[in-house]
Design a protein around this ligand. Structure first.
Ligand code: ATP
Length: 350
């Protein structure tokens, strides 16, 4: 990789007794990028973050930073900032003393500490909070201070372990935007662990999708969403419809539709996002059109998640997104028939 390579994980493996938590992880992280480790509970993302932090040592494999093997370097010497899920602030210290913690340890001059603390609390949007204690702050405010504390020593890498998961939905969205803006302002290379796909899609430069201790795919949010490398990724990231198809002589057949398909004869499944099934525009003579019937409407405001039965596609049900305006213009309700159209170029076959 090029000179902007920051961290390089080579064949990292982690065993806890007979259990293998990570198998053969290869991953390169570039300077300044925001990477999310995304995957279901137990897939190994926290273990991988802890190995990078030096809080856990891999069973085999290496962690390289800037051309140096740091596999055995203790956490304190890695000079990384870490924010955990629970607000790990010192409850008996003020905000100022919490933020100053790493700087005091480094014997930074007092005037410099005071200047830096006030700069950091401003940076995380809490100027004037220096004299408060953690218990006087909301969860989101505590995480902002934890972030300020992690950034105080200008770390080369910021590690965030599910920093938003203890917050309510609104605060979670607000803080993830702030974290992203802050990261771009400071330019610090950042790795965030999350099991929330929307969170990863909205903040990351690149997402590492993990499953059962292995990497399923690494890519930009758009690549992960639009070009999933496996059924697992397609399923885990975003909503998806799956339909069983028969591939015979260069075409896949499902119900009344047929589409060209490479490869040998086989039974396969196609994966199609709800937004790639359209209710309009549909014109006379359009290809890939099929009949469906509305089974359920989940009202979400300006648009609805609509479950349709599509016997014409051999599929039990599909989910499509329809606007409230469209539903009311067409007087559509549960039981109504409607025509839908597939976007064949968006179909993934596995
Ligand atoms: P979560 O989102 O639930 O934290 P995760 O993807 O971060 O999940 P890890 O915490 O990395 O998963 O754990 C991966 C697997 O390793 C889990 O099955 C976990 O039980 C196991 N594990 C983690 N730490 C230890 C340990 N110290 N001893 C034994 N097993 C462990």
């Amino acid at each position: 990789m090029t000179e902007d390579l920051f961290l390089d994980l080579r064949h990292v493996r982690k065993e806890f007794g007979a259990f293998t938590a990570l198998r053969d992880i290869d991953l390169a992280i570039r300077k300044g990028e925001f990477v999310c480790f995304l995957g279901p509970s137990g897939c190994g993302k926290t273990t991988l973050l802890r190995i990078i932090a030096g809080l856990e040592v891999q069973t085999s494999g290496e962690v390289w930073q800037g051309g140096v093997d740091i596999s055995r370097l203790p956490p304190a010497q890695r000079d990384y900032g870490i924010v955990f899920q629970s607000y790990a602030l010192f409850p008996n210290l003020t905000v100022a003393d919490n933020v100053a913690y790493g700087l005091v340890n480094r014997k930074t001059p007092r005037a410099e500490i005071a200047r830096r603390v006030s700069e950091l609390v401003k940076l995380v949007g809490l100027p004037g909070s220096e004299g408060k204690y953690p218990a006087q702050l909301s969860g989101g405010q505590q995480q902002r201070i934890a972030l300020a504390r992690a950034l105080a020593t200008s770390p080369s890498l910021l590690l965030l372990d599910e920093p938003l998961s203890a917050l309510d939905a609104l605060e979670r969205v607000r803080l993830r935007q702030e974290i992203r803006a802050l990261q771009q302002k400071v330019g610090v290379t950042t790795i965030m662990v999350t099991h929330d796909q929307e969170e990863a899609l909205s903040v990351a430069d690149r997402i590492v999708v993990m499953n059962h201790g292995a990497i399923e795919q690494v890519g930009t949010p758009m690549e992960i969403y639009r070009e999933p490398a496996s059924p697992f990724v397609a399923d885990f990231v975003g909503k998806v419809n799956t339909i069983a198809v028969r591939v015979r002589s260069g075409a896949m057949h499902f119900g009344t539709l047929s589409l060209p398909c490479d490869g040998p004869d086989r039974d396969a499944r196609i994966y199609l996002r709800p937004e790639d099934v359209l209710a309009r525009p549909i014109n006379e003579g359009d290809a890939h059109v099929f009949d469906a019937r509305i089974e359920k409407i989940e009202f979400l405001g300006s648009y609805c998640h609509v479950k349709v039965a599509a016997p014409a596609l051999d599929a039990n049900t599909l989910t499509v997104y329809l606007s409230l305006n469209f539903l009311s213009e067409q007087s559509l309700e549960v039981g109504s028939p409607l025509k839908l159209k597939l976007l064949p170029e968006r179909i993934k076959v596995f």
